[in-house]
Design a protein. Structure first.
Length: 221
């Protein structure tokens, strides 16, 4: 089963970022850009200068994953940078008592696909009230913040539950399931079977002996 592959630029060689961008342009489907603030998650990554630079060379859509507090303060700026998809964490909305549905609508108003992300310790059922307003749900299959973590096997069941709910409500064609963390050729087929449609892969692509072949293997396992 073919899926969309979104290599995580965070795992690319930042001394040769142009090569990483071309790899995604030629062999994948989406650029996945992890923006971290060291507050919502215990790590820092990159911000507007890197996203702007990639946008200038990207021939595939940009998927900006905001692992930050108060992500709504930056929706407009990332949309202006050229993001086609923007996701924020349900945990971030809860910290400030924000309504996730309203935030998703705000993103849509900016002309981007609106996504809601959750960490592995958030029950998948917690996103169900927001599915009508989401274009995609990002299921973290590791804890957000660091690359190279091992895939959490229970994520498969979480994806299946989400897919079943989307199907039950007639939303399966409208709201896609994205999975991020520990994804590679060894589990991509199982993820696709469970219902995932967009696979985020970092180390398994950029640190592979042959990254181009790794892309093909993940997409068509």
């Amino acid at each position: 089963m073919s899926v969309l592959l979104a290599p995580s630029i965070l795992a690319a060689d930042f001394l040769n970022l142009g090569a990483g961008v071309e790899l995604v342009n030629e062999h994948a489907d989406i650029f996945h850009l992890d923006v971290m603030d060291g507050i919502l998650v215990p790590n820092l990554s990159f911000g507007f200068p890197v996203v702007d630079a990639i946008a200038k060379k990207a021939r595939k859509p940009l998927d900006v994953h905001l692992m930050i507090v108060k992500p709504w303060n930056y929706f407009q700026r990332f949309a202006k940078s050229g993001a086609h998809m923007i996701s924020f964490h349900l945990e971030a909305a809860r910290l400030d008592g924000k309504n996730a549905s309203e935030l998703l609508k705000e993103l849509k108003g900016l002309g981007v696909k609106a996504g809601l992300a959750i960490n592995p310790d958030i029950p998948v059922e917690d996103v169900f009230p927001y599915l009508d307003d989401a274009d995609f749900v990002l299921i973290m299959s590791v804890f957000a913040g660091f690359g190279g973590q091992k895939f959490i096997p229970e994520s498969i069941e979480r994806i299946e539950k989400l897919k079943a709910e989307l199907t039950r409500r007639g939303l399966a064609d409208k709201c896609k399931i994205e999975v991020d963390g520990g994804v590679g050729a060894g589990n991509s087929a199982d993820l696709a079977k469970a219902g995932a449609e967009i696979l985020v892969a970092g180390s398994s692509v950029f640190r592979a002996e042959n990254p181009a072949e790794a892309c093909v293997a993940i997409k068509h396992s």
